[in-house]
Write a protein that binds this ligand. Sequence first.
Ligand SMILES: O=P(O)(O)OC[C@H]1O[C@@H](O)[C@H](O)[C@@H](O)[C@@H]1O
Length: 247
Amino acid sequence: MTEIGLPSGVRACLFDLDGVLTPTALVHAAAWKEMFDDFLRQRDGDDFRPFDATADYDAYVDGRPRADGVRTFLASRDTQLPEGEEDDPPDAQTVHGLGNRKNELVLEKIRVEGVQAYPGSVRYVEAVRAAGLRTAVVSSSANCRDVLVSAGIEHLMEVRVDGTTIRERGLRGKPKPDTFLEAAQDLGVDPAQCAVFEDALVGMDAGRAGRFGYVVGVDRVGQAEELRKHGADTVVTDLAELIGVPA
Ligand SMILES: O=P(O)(O)OC[C@H]1O[C@@H](O)[C@H](O)[C@@H](O)[C@@H]1O
Protein backbone atom coordinates (compact mmCIF):
# COMPACT_ATOMS: atom_id res chain seq x y z
CA MET A 1 0.00 0.00 0.00
CA THR A 2 1.17 3.51 -0.81
CA GLU A 3 1.04 6.57 1.47
CA ILE A 4 -2.39 7.39 -0.02
CA GLY A 5 -3.73 4.00 1.08
CA LEU A 6 -3.97 2.40 -2.38
CA PRO A 7 -2.21 -0.56 -4.03
CA SER A 8 1.00 0.61 -5.71
CA GLY A 9 -0.23 -0.08 -9.29
CA VAL A 10 -3.07 2.46 -9.06
CA ARG A 11 -2.54 5.46 -11.39
CA ALA A 12 -5.98 7.11 -11.33
CA CYS A 13 -8.81 7.73 -8.86
CA LEU A 14 -12.45 7.80 -10.00
CA PHE A 15 -14.60 9.57 -7.40
CA ASP A 16 -18.36 9.47 -7.11
CA LEU A 17 -19.75 12.89 -6.14
CA ASP A 18 -22.86 12.79 -3.93
CA GLY A 19 -21.89 11.26 -0.58
CA VAL A 20 -18.20 10.88 -1.49
CA LEU A 21 -16.93 14.38 -2.31
CA THR A 22 -19.95 16.37 -1.06
CA PRO A 23 -22.74 15.70 1.50
CA THR A 24 -25.35 16.12 -1.25
CA ALA A 25 -26.55 12.48 -0.99
CA LEU A 26 -28.57 13.76 2.00
CA VAL A 27 -30.03 16.58 -0.10
CA HIS A 28 -31.03 14.12 -2.83
CA ALA A 29 -32.54 11.70 -0.28
CA ALA A 30 -34.65 14.50 1.27
CA ALA A 31 -35.87 15.69 -2.15
CA TRP A 32 -36.76 12.14 -3.26
CA LYS A 33 -38.72 11.65 -0.04
CA GLU A 34 -40.66 14.89 -0.42
CA MET A 35 -41.54 14.13 -4.05
CA PHE A 36 -42.45 10.44 -3.60
CA ASP A 37 -44.43 11.11 -0.40
CA ASP A 38 -46.52 13.74 -2.24
CA PHE A 39 -47.11 11.30 -5.09
CA LEU A 40 -48.04 8.39 -2.77
CA ARG A 41 -50.27 10.57 -0.55
CA GLN A 42 -52.15 11.87 -3.57
CA ARG A 43 -52.61 8.34 -4.87
CA ASP A 44 -53.26 6.37 -1.65
CA GLY A 45 -54.60 9.02 0.74
CA ASP A 46 -53.26 9.70 4.24
CA ASP A 47 -52.66 5.97 4.95
CA PHE A 48 -49.90 5.90 2.32
CA ARG A 49 -46.64 4.04 3.07
CA PRO A 50 -43.96 6.75 3.04
CA PHE A 51 -40.65 6.61 1.17
CA ASP A 52 -37.92 5.63 3.63
CA ALA A 53 -35.10 8.13 3.12
CA THR A 54 -32.55 5.52 4.25
CA ALA A 55 -33.77 2.03 3.27
CA ASP A 56 -35.69 2.93 0.09
CA TYR A 57 -33.10 5.51 -0.91
CA ASP A 58 -30.17 3.09 -0.54
CA ALA A 59 -31.91 0.19 -2.27
CA TYR A 60 -33.70 1.86 -5.18
CA VAL A 61 -32.48 5.39 -5.82
CA ASP A 62 -28.96 6.08 -4.54
CA GLY A 63 -26.36 6.30 -7.31
CA ARG A 64 -28.74 5.72 -10.23
CA PRO A 65 -29.52 8.25 -12.95
CA ARG A 66 -32.67 10.25 -12.10
CA ALA A 67 -35.21 8.45 -14.30
CA ASP A 68 -33.81 5.04 -13.26
CA GLY A 69 -34.38 6.07 -9.64
CA VAL A 70 -38.02 6.91 -10.35
CA ARG A 71 -38.63 3.63 -12.20
CA THR A 72 -36.81 1.43 -9.68
CA PHE A 73 -38.60 2.80 -6.63
CA LEU A 74 -42.03 2.70 -8.31
CA ALA A 75 -41.36 -0.91 -9.37
CA SER A 76 -40.64 -1.76 -5.70
CA ARG A 77 -44.25 -0.62 -5.02
CA ASP A 78 -45.60 -2.55 -8.05
CA THR A 79 -46.25 0.73 -9.82
CA GLN A 80 -45.45 1.78 -13.36
CA LEU A 81 -45.99 5.20 -14.94
CA PRO A 82 -45.76 6.26 -18.58
CA GLU A 83 -42.26 7.52 -19.46
CA GLY A 84 -43.44 10.91 -20.73
CA GLU A 85 -40.94 13.37 -22.20
CA GLU A 86 -37.72 14.71 -20.67
CA ASP A 87 -39.18 18.21 -20.47
CA ASP A 88 -42.49 17.16 -18.88
CA PRO A 89 -43.77 19.70 -16.35
CA PRO A 90 -43.13 18.81 -12.68
CA ASP A 91 -46.80 18.01 -12.08
CA ALA A 92 -47.02 15.42 -14.91
CA GLN A 93 -47.77 11.90 -13.66
CA THR A 94 -44.95 10.40 -15.72
CA VAL A 95 -41.45 9.09 -14.97
CA HIS A 96 -39.88 12.33 -16.23
CA GLY A 97 -42.54 14.51 -14.58
CA LEU A 98 -41.77 12.99 -11.17
CA GLY A 99 -38.01 13.25 -11.87
CA ASN A 100 -38.36 16.92 -12.81
CA ARG A 101 -40.36 17.62 -9.65
CA LYS A 102 -37.61 16.05 -7.57
CA ASN A 103 -35.01 18.07 -9.44
CA GLU A 104 -36.78 21.33 -8.66
CA LEU A 105 -36.69 20.38 -4.97
CA VAL A 106 -32.98 19.50 -5.10
CA LEU A 107 -32.06 22.74 -6.83
CA GLU A 108 -34.06 24.77 -4.33
CA LYS A 109 -32.40 23.02 -1.37
CA ILE A 110 -28.93 23.54 -2.88
CA ARG A 111 -29.71 27.21 -3.57
CA VAL A 112 -30.85 27.80 0.02
CA GLU A 113 -28.29 25.65 1.84
CA GLY A 114 -25.26 25.90 -0.50
CA VAL A 115 -22.76 23.05 -0.84
CA GLN A 116 -19.55 22.44 1.04
CA ALA A 117 -17.21 19.58 0.18
CA TYR A 118 -16.27 17.08 2.89
CA PRO A 119 -12.98 18.51 4.26
CA GLY A 120 -11.48 15.00 4.47
CA SER A 121 -12.29 14.39 0.81
CA VAL A 122 -10.61 17.62 -0.26
CA ARG A 123 -7.49 16.75 1.74
CA TYR A 124 -7.45 13.29 0.23
CA VAL A 125 -7.91 14.43 -3.38
CA GLU A 126 -5.13 16.97 -2.88
CA ALA A 127 -2.87 14.21 -1.54
CA VAL A 128 -3.74 11.99 -4.51
CA ARG A 129 -2.85 14.75 -6.96
CA ALA A 130 0.35 15.57 -5.09
CA ALA A 131 1.29 11.89 -5.43
CA GLY A 132 0.95 12.26 -9.22
CA LEU A 133 -2.28 10.27 -9.73
CA ARG A 134 -4.97 11.31 -12.21
CA THR A 135 -8.48 12.23 -11.01
CA ALA A 136 -12.03 12.01 -12.39
CA VAL A 137 -15.50 12.52 -10.99
CA VAL A 138 -18.05 9.90 -12.04
CA SER A 139 -21.61 10.77 -11.05
CA SER A 140 -25.09 9.89 -12.22
CA SER A 141 -26.20 13.42 -11.44
CA ALA A 142 -26.97 15.92 -14.17
CA ASN A 143 -26.27 18.59 -11.52
CA CYS A 144 -22.70 17.35 -11.00
CA ARG A 145 -20.88 20.33 -12.53
CA ASP A 146 -22.98 22.89 -10.62
CA VAL A 147 -22.36 21.06 -7.34
CA LEU A 148 -18.59 20.89 -7.99
CA VAL A 149 -18.55 24.61 -8.76
CA SER A 150 -20.64 25.51 -5.67
CA ALA A 151 -18.32 23.43 -3.51
CA GLY A 152 -15.23 25.02 -5.12
CA ILE A 153 -13.65 21.70 -6.14
CA GLU A 154 -14.19 21.59 -9.90
CA HIS A 155 -10.48 22.30 -10.54
CA LEU A 156 -9.48 19.12 -8.65
CA MET A 157 -11.06 16.81 -11.28
CA GLU A 158 -9.40 16.36 -14.68
CA VAL A 159 -12.33 14.48 -16.20
CA ARG A 160 -16.06 14.58 -15.48
CA VAL A 161 -18.52 11.86 -16.50
CA ASP A 162 -21.99 12.70 -15.18
CA GLY A 163 -25.73 12.58 -15.82
CA THR A 164 -25.32 14.90 -18.79
CA THR A 165 -22.57 12.72 -20.28
CA ILE A 166 -24.80 9.67 -19.81
CA ARG A 167 -27.46 11.31 -21.94
CA GLU A 168 -25.09 12.71 -24.57
CA ARG A 169 -23.06 9.53 -25.04
CA GLY A 170 -25.90 7.04 -24.49
CA LEU A 171 -24.22 5.31 -21.53
CA ARG A 172 -25.91 2.92 -19.14
CA GLY A 173 -26.05 4.20 -15.55
CA LYS A 174 -24.74 2.47 -12.41
CA PRO A 175 -24.92 -0.45 -11.51
CA LYS A 176 -23.51 -0.91 -15.05
CA PRO A 177 -19.82 0.01 -15.16
CA ASP A 178 -20.09 2.24 -18.28
CA THR A 179 -19.60 5.62 -16.60
CA PHE A 180 -16.48 4.53 -14.70
CA LEU A 181 -15.08 2.83 -17.81
CA GLU A 182 -15.73 5.99 -19.83
CA ALA A 183 -13.83 8.09 -17.27
CA ALA A 184 -10.89 5.64 -17.29
CA GLN A 185 -10.83 5.84 -21.07
CA ASP A 186 -11.01 9.66 -21.05
CA LEU A 187 -8.02 9.67 -18.69
CA GLY A 188 -6.22 7.08 -20.82
CA VAL A 189 -5.73 4.72 -17.86
CA ASP A 190 -6.46 0.99 -17.83
CA PRO A 191 -9.40 0.11 -15.48
CA ALA A 192 -7.10 -2.31 -13.64
CA GLN A 193 -4.98 0.71 -12.68
CA CYS A 194 -7.92 2.75 -11.42
CA ALA A 195 -9.42 2.98 -7.92
CA VAL A 196 -13.15 3.61 -7.59
CA PHE A 197 -14.53 5.60 -4.61
CA GLU A 198 -18.25 5.09 -3.99
CA ASP A 199 -20.87 5.31 -1.25
CA ALA A 200 -23.75 3.69 -3.18
CA LEU A 201 -24.36 -0.04 -3.41
CA VAL A 202 -24.95 0.23 -7.17
CA GLY A 203 -21.60 2.04 -7.37
CA MET A 204 -19.91 -0.97 -5.73
CA ASP A 205 -21.61 -3.22 -8.27
CA ALA A 206 -20.31 -1.00 -11.09
CA GLY A 207 -16.79 -1.14 -9.63
CA ARG A 208 -16.89 -4.91 -9.51
CA ALA A 209 -18.43 -5.29 -12.98
CA GLY A 210 -15.78 -3.02 -14.52
CA ARG A 211 -12.91 -5.01 -12.95
CA PHE A 212 -11.27 -1.93 -11.51
CA GLY A 213 -8.02 -2.29 -9.61
CA TYR A 214 -9.38 -1.26 -6.22
CA VAL A 215 -12.80 -0.30 -4.86
CA VAL A 216 -13.12 1.94 -1.80
CA GLY A 217 -16.52 1.93 -0.10
CA VAL A 218 -17.35 5.20 1.67
CA ASP A 219 -19.75 4.57 4.52
CA ARG A 220 -21.58 7.68 5.65
CA VAL A 221 -24.75 5.91 6.85
CA GLY A 222 -23.68 2.70 8.65
CA GLN A 223 -23.85 0.25 5.74
CA ALA A 224 -20.22 -0.98 5.81
CA GLU A 225 -21.24 -4.64 5.70
CA GLU A 226 -23.49 -4.09 2.66
CA LEU A 227 -20.72 -2.17 0.88
CA ARG A 228 -18.36 -5.12 1.45
CA LYS A 229 -20.97 -7.60 0.20
CA HIS A 230 -21.29 -5.51 -2.96
CA GLY A 231 -17.55 -5.67 -3.63
CA ALA A 232 -15.69 -3.04 -1.59
CA ASP A 233 -12.01 -3.94 -1.10
CA THR A 234 -11.94 -1.61 1.89
CA VAL A 235 -14.48 0.59 3.69
CA VAL A 236 -13.77 3.98 5.28
CA THR A 237 -16.08 6.50 6.91
CA ASP A 238 -14.05 9.43 5.55
CA LEU A 239 -11.46 9.56 2.77
CA ALA A 240 -8.89 11.19 5.07
CA GLU A 241 -8.62 7.84 6.89
CA LEU A 242 -6.69 6.59 3.86
CA ILE A 243 -3.92 9.09 4.59
CA GLY A 244 -3.87 8.27 8.27
CA VAL A 245 -6.10 11.10 9.48
CA PRO A 246 -8.94 9.81 11.69
CA ALA A 247 -12.45 10.89 10.64
O1 LIG B 1 -31.23 14.14 -10.33
P1 LIG B 1 -29.79 14.25 -10.56
O2 LIG B 1 -29.14 15.47 -9.91
O3 LIG B 1 -29.43 14.15 -12.01
O4 LIG B 1 -29.08 13.06 -9.81
C1 LIG B 1 -29.33 11.68 -10.08
C2 LIG B 1 -28.78 10.84 -8.94
O5 LIG B 1 -27.40 11.14 -8.77
C3 LIG B 1 -26.73 10.35 -7.80
O6 LIG B 1 -25.41 10.81 -7.69
C4 LIG B 1 -27.40 10.42 -6.46
O7 LIG B 1 -26.83 9.45 -5.63
C5 LIG B 1 -28.90 10.18 -6.57
O8 LIG B 1 -29.52 10.43 -5.35
C6 LIG B 1 -29.48 11.09 -7.61
O9 LIG B 1 -30.86 10.85 -7.71
